[in-house]
Design a protein around this ligand. Sequence first.
Ligand code: CTP
Ligand code: CA
Length: 229
Amino acid sequence: SEPAADRRDLVGRRIVVTAGGTREPLDPVRFLGNRSSGKQGVAIADAARARGAEVVLIAANLEVADPAGCDIRRVSTALELQAAVTAAAAGVDAVVMAAAVADYRPASVSESKIKKDASDSGLTLELVRNPDILAELGRAPHDGTILVGFAAETEPDDDARLALGRAKRAAKGADLLVLNRVGWTEGFANDENAVTIIGRDDTVVTEVHGAKLSVADAILDVVGSLLTE
Ligand code: CTP
Ligand code: CA
C-alpha cells in the first residue's frame, strides 16, 4: 500500500483526539497524576492531520511538543477533559480516547497548601469517582461516530490481557479498543509501542509494533475502513 505520508484518505473527516494524562489537584501545589506523556495520542493527531483530517486535539498536560495544524484545546482534570470532549464530539467522524483519565479525584480540593501536623504518622486521602467519559459517549446516541478506546494493562499473560481488552471494549461501547502492555519501564514516554487492536466482534483486527507514528497510522487505517464500510 501507499506510504501513509502520501495518503490523503481522511480529507473531509473530522476527528477528535484526546492525549496526555489528567491531573487532579489536591491543593494549589499538588496533584494526583499518571505517567502518560501524550506521545501516542499526539502521533495520532499528527498522522490524522497529515492524511487530511480536521483534528481537534484535547491536550491534557502533554510532555511532548504540540502537533502542527490541529485545533488544540488544553485541559488538565478529567472533568475539564469531559467538558472539552463533549463540546467537540457532536457529529464528528471519530473520537479517539488516547488520554489517560484519572478514575478518581480528591473529594475536596484544599484552597491552601496542605500542612502536615507534627503528631501525624500518615495521611488518608478521600477520593471520589470521575465520570467514565468514553463509556458515556458509548451509551449516548453517537450515530456514525467511531469511538476508539485505549487500554494500558500490566497483565503479562497475552491471552489474559486480550480478555481484559475485549471486556473493556464491550463495557465502554467502543467500536475499537487499542490494547497495549505497560509496566514500570514499558509503554510510557517511549518512541515505540506494540498494540493489539480489538474490533466490535471481539476479533483482533491487527497487531502493530513500531514507532508511535506507524502505530498511529495503523489505528487510522482501521478507523478509515470502518468509516467507508
Ligand atoms: N476513560 C475515560 N474516562 C475515565 C477513564 C477512562 O474515558 N474516567 C477511557 C480512557 O481514555 C481509555 C479507556 O477509557 O480510552 C480505558 O481506560 P482504562 O483506564 O484502561 O479503563 P477503566 O475503565 O478506567 O478501567 P481500569 O479500572 O482498568 O482503569
Ligand atoms: Ca482507569
